[in-house]
Design a protein around this ligand. Structure first.
Ligand code: SAM
Length: 269
């Protein structure tokens, strides 16, 4: 594919140029010929070339019009491949993933500036997915797999962790890309769970509890929850006591099970 135009920083265009890393990413996807694969941001096609050989069906969503056009030309004779010239945050993902009976795999070297937004988008369509292999900025990956009470533990850990088994597969150094980013990257695998890791009652309440617990990291849990207006203060105290959680703790010390217990009680009010 043409490499004439300079990579666009605004679109997070750090193209993979290390064949060994490309192979490792594809291996981690555990592809079989029946697989339907969504690739986000295929760019110049470093991963796509191998996906085409191993997957049964492939949908590519690329925001850069010139690169999308080049991919369309390249794969115009292959009916298994659909190229969508669009923004992954704006396309109708449900419709795309509805177009196959089997569940989908997602493979992507994500543009770092939108990676968290993409993760939340994928969380919403988790029941259409069987496995995801995503390259993220190392720090974002560290947060996803962090244990409670560690500085990296945060909203994404608790929200994505409820529905996915997440594992860091390997680290990738800046020199594996062109142009080289300033930071290290990490490739993570995500396997969706069929039931959530813990019963949370109303999932919207769970999201609210988690977001408020981390909204003010220096404040105590009770103060964070009070600010969230999830329930009157006395009710919050009662629920915390009922769950055996000390309101003077900081939100970041709560395990996923403790967030779930709080959410269950608040959902049943
Ligand atoms: N997959 C290629 C590789 O590994 O060499 C390119 C990866 S590069 C880090 C990110 C790609 O995502 C670029 O091709 C960029 O144009 C594309 N992109 C950026 N924002 C996007 C968006 N909102 N939706 C879809 N693709 C996007």
């Amino acid at each position: 594919m043409s490499a004439a135009r300079r990579p666009l920083k605004s679109l997070g265009q750090n193209f993979l140029v290390d064949g060994n890393i490309i192979d490792k990413i594809i291996d981690s996807a555990h592809l079989v010929p029946e697989d339907a694969v969504l690739e986000i941001g295929p760019g110049r096609g470093a991963l796509t070339e191998l996906l085409v050989r191993q997957a049964g069906r492939l949908v590519l969503v690329e925001y850069d019009h010139a690169l999308a056009a080049a991919l369309k030309r390249r794969y115009q004779d292959d009916p298994r491949i659909t190229v969508i010239d669009g923004d992954i945050l704006a396309v109708d993902l449900e419709a795309i993933l509805g177009d196959s009976e089997s569940r989908w795999k997602v493979v992507a070297n994500l543009p770092y500036n939108i990676s968290t937004a993409v993760l939340f988008r994928l969380l919403d369509v988790r029941n259409r997915l069987s496995r995801m292999i995503l390259m993220l900025q190392k720090e974002v990956g560290d947060r996803l797999v962090a244990p409670p009470d560690c500085p990296d533990y945060g909203v994404t850990t608790a929200l994505l962790g409820l529905w996915f088994d997440m594992r860091r597969e390997f680290l990738v150094s800046p020199g594996c890309f062109h142009p080289s980013p300033k930071v290290y990257s990490a490739v993570l695998s995500f396997v969706p769970l069929t039931v959530p890791r813990a019963a949370v009652g109303d999932e919207a309440v769970y999201r609210q509890v988690v977001k408020s617990a981390f909204a003010m990291r220096r404040k105590t849990l009770i103060n964070c929850l009070k600010a969230s207006e999830l329930a009157p203060t006395e009710e919050l105290r009662r629920i915390l006591a009922e769950c055996g959680i000390d309101g003077q703790r900081r939100g970041e010390t709560l395990s996923l099970d403790e967030f779930a217990a709080l959410s269950r009680s608040l959902s049943h009010m």
